[in-house]
Design a protein around this ligand. Structure first.
Ligand code: ADP
Ligand code: MG
Length: 310
């Protein structure tokens, strides 16, 4: 069974959330409060041997990343991160210098993104290093941007450039918090997700949740220089941009007029590229360029899946 099928089974067993609550299936849970903001909740688990290896690793990078991936999920709802609980399972040899550097990297990420570390849990273990971060965030009431809101004729946009992050960028991901808040404040944003598994899979989640299809334009995908460097391993630079994980850029859908203006201006100094459009027809296709009459192909979801790729 794939990771996503297992999550789907958990979702079915748990049942639907009460009205006003967004439960399993988006980047974060959304909980209404009495105040002006809704509460966002997310958690992420990093396991040695699965998400990282300790040889050659700077534990500060691990600490940064363990928090940054959750900040990215809060950003994907259009929110700002607030409070974190940090839990670690450490083998005895890792409780000294390793633990200190882990915390230092995490504090650096927390400071950068306005997060307060307010608690957690600590245990020894005979097994691998495990780091878990649970994070809250906030978004103005009713303004959280879900995966499920994409509408036919929306433009599909991404921030930054994609692919090849394993060459080094994945060590210190830069979650797009300020960009997300600014993009949503500008209005007309219908759906958003952060790119953690890879564009082909993550856009697939938006299409599934929204009940729509998409046309991507191959000549408009922003291919990172690292994707070009990674190419030549049997996969093209475009394939790396489509399928590599850990970009932690934002993908969002919105009114086409606004997409064009965002593409001209960028956001918070970060480029925005319009890469395709949402279609009513539930096909998921790649065209060589916008309006191309020939050369369309189906997009395969080759992004990361923990059980399939394990
Ligand atoms: P992301 O890549 O954005 O962190 P995931 O693929 O990890 O998202 O999770 C997708 C959705 O499934 C999220 O809403 C998450 O809260 C939920 N989820 C994942 N694992 C579990 C679990 N074991 N129990 C309940 N919900 C889960
Ligand atoms: Mg996410």
């Amino acid at each position: 069974m794939g990771e996503f099928e297992l999550i789907e089974r958990i979702r079915a067993a748990v049942g639907p959330p009460p009205p006003g609550v967004v439960g399993i299936g988006d980047d974060c849970a959304v909980i209404p409060t009495d105040g002006a903001n809704d509460l966002l909740l997310t958690t992420d688990l990093l396991v040695e041997g699965v998400h990282f290896v300790t040889e050659g690793l700077d534990p500060a990078d691990l600490g940064w990343k363990a928090l940054a991936v959750s900040v990215s999920d809060i950003a994907a709802m259009g929110g700002r991160s607030r409070y974190a609980l940090v839990s670690v399972a450490l083998p005895a040899p890792r409780t000294g210098e390793f633990a200190d550097r882990l915390l230092a990297g995490m504090r650096e990420c927390a400071e950068r993104h306005g997060v307060l570390l307010v608690g957690g849990d600590t245990t020894g273990t005979p097994g691998p290093v495990i780091v878990n971060v649970a994070l809250t965030g906030e978004v103005p009431r009713g303004r959280a941007v879900m995966r499920s809101g994409a509408r036919p004729a929306d433009a599909i946009c991404v921030t930054g450039a994609l692919g090849g992050s394993l060459l080094g960028r994945h060590l210190r991901p830069a979650p797009r918090q300020e960009e997300a808040v600014a993009i949503v404040q500008g209005g007309s944003v219908h759906a958003m997700i952060d790119l953690s598994d890879g564009l082909s899979s993550d856009l697939g989640h938006v299409l599934d949740a929204s009940g729509v299809g998409a046309e991507l334009f191959a000549d408009r995908i922003p291919v990172h220089p690292d994707a070009h460097r990674a190419a030549g391993d049997g996969r093209s630079a475009l394939a790396h941009a489509m399928d590599d994980g850990e970009d932690f850029e934002l993908l969002f859908t919105l009114r086409p007029e606004r997409a064009e203006s965002l593409e001209r201006t960028g956001v918070c100094g970060t480029p925005v590229r319009r890469i395709g459009r949402i279609t009513e027809r539930r096909a998921y296709r790649m065209l060589p360029h916008e309006g191309a009459a020939a050369g369309a192909r189906d997009v395969e979801r080759r992004g990361h899946d923990h059980f399939r790729d394990a």
